[in-house]
Design a binder for this molecule. Sequence first.
Ligand SMILES: Nc1ncnc2c1ncn2[C@@H]1O[C@H](COP(=O)(O)OP(=O)(O)OP(=O)(O)O)[C@@H](O)[C@H]1O
Length: 607
Amino acid sequence: MARNGLNSSSSPAQEFSKSKINSENIKKISALISYIKPYQTKYIIGTVFLLISSGGALLFPAIIQVMIDVATDKAPKYGLPNSINQIGYIAFAILFIQAFVSFFRIRLFVEVAEKALADIRRDTYFKMITLPMNFFANRRVGELNSRISADLSQVQDTLTTTLAEMVRQIILLVGGIGILIYVSGKLTFFLLCIFPVIVVAGVFFGKALRKISKNAQDKLAESNTIVEETLQGISNVKAFVNEAFEANRYEKSLQKVVKIALKGANYRGLFASFIVFCLFGAIMGVLWYGAVLVKEGSLNVADIVAYLLYSFFVGAAMGSFPELYANVQKAIGASERVLEILQEENEPISIKESENEIKEVLKGNLSFNNAIFNYPSRKDITVLNGVSFEAKAGDKIAIVGPSGAGKSTIASLILKFYNLIEGDILFDGKSIKDLALTDIRQQVAIVPQDVILFGGTIKENIAYGKLSATDDEIMEAARKANAHQFITGFPEAYETVVGERGVKLSGGQRQRIAIARALLKDPAILILDEATSSLDSESERLVQEALEILMKNRTSIIIAHRLSTIREADKIIVLDKGIIVESGNHQELSLIEDGLYKRLSSLQFEV
Ligand SMILES: Nc1ncnc2c1ncn2[C@@H]1O[C@H](COP(=O)(O)OP(=O)(O)OP(=O)(O)O)[C@@H](O)[C@H]1O
């Protein structure tokens, strides 16, 4: 019954953890159900259609019963006419109505679920990307991705199929049992004694079978791993003459697969026998006891036919509940995981672009005042321990120091990815706490070490710095960034697709795209995280030239790995274990005997 939704991406093998169905959990998922509100009229019409089509299904055994009565010259029941043809017309009319409402029920439910799900996905996605950096420290991308895809697909299945199916089965069960009692109390008592036993046994068998088949799949996967491993490392296998050993290993694992498959076959065989004996036995039993009642004169043949049909309904409804229940449990589990994200506190960024526009223009003065910081995920390690420095608008400040000193952390703090523990960061004399987050990030640009381009064209990637940029602006930025030439070298020039499925750009080319992006953004403060991997000298010259243009007329914070590039900096800050140990210009620092800067410089042979 757990059909996948139309755009469901959950694989059938996906295992969902289940959650208990209790009032607390139901209250929790009602937060998700509130997403149906905008579409509630359609949902209600769909539900009414569902009631009509389920109720309609209950009419057919009664119609057949009356048809047989009329055919055998007995008086028709339930106010139906005394004519087989007329009863036939009525049956077809009901069928037509059912077909009509079934179409619209499915159409409406799917529409509501798809739209509500798109809303939930949009909100979850937006929430995710506006969550503070710390949130991402403890989670893997795959895990977050599966919340948006697999978890929400499970919720979608429940909204479109499972809930509707539950309502339908409840109607069929309750209505069916009611009619059964009405037709014959005695027979129903007999039936209700045996049915639940069969259903419970069936569920038990089903569970055991599923477990075994999962086990069998696991064992098969294990044996496949052996094939994969040996083929991948075939040269090793050959070099050690271990062919016989590997063949034996594979044979053993195959034996396990066969063993478990045979166990499964036993269960399947037992299940088939059980179905044949118990289910058909139950039908036989009803017919048998029914025949006795007919003989006694308390029932007629038409009653027994109707009776059998209703008992099929009741049996099928009972049989479907365990799976439906399990699906709802899975959906609750999935909802909980999605809600966990929706209830996290995000950064103050609006989903409307216009609300994120710059409200307070920054000039580019920046200072750190006794900044103390540790990462929220590693509270025991103080990464910055009282860092103070000042950059006037237009200054070039270089930060150097050994790996792990805290250089990139300073960049993250300027972008307000994290909050300080103590101290302050001031922009034009104003505390970072009093500035809008969007004002800071809109006016600070970073050219990172490892530039990641999005799947899309080069043009789109440059325009990421300013979404409203015109083609001319983009080209101008690319020219200044020394990128125009290599871009126009591609047959599709600016329309060349890059990223995972497109052209692969070299490190230097990617950097120049990032520089063009930053040029378009035209920030007051620029952070350059110099690439550690060295570029070839021609590429480095092009990047360096582009950077010089980019740094003009703005405050630049350069996280330098190659000290040769920062001789011209207004100030060099030497950071070690989160403390500024030296600061000054190149000349001054080179004069400090036993100084860290001097030591680092001599290691690089450059100074
Ligand atoms: N997201 C993070 N969560 C926890 N600890 C972190 C995180 N990022 C960095 N650190 C730790 O903070 C310290 C400073 O790291 P940072 O990246 O700022 O150093 P760095 O000077 O830029 O080093 P490198 O030159 O190697 O890039 C290191 O001990 C690092 O392990």
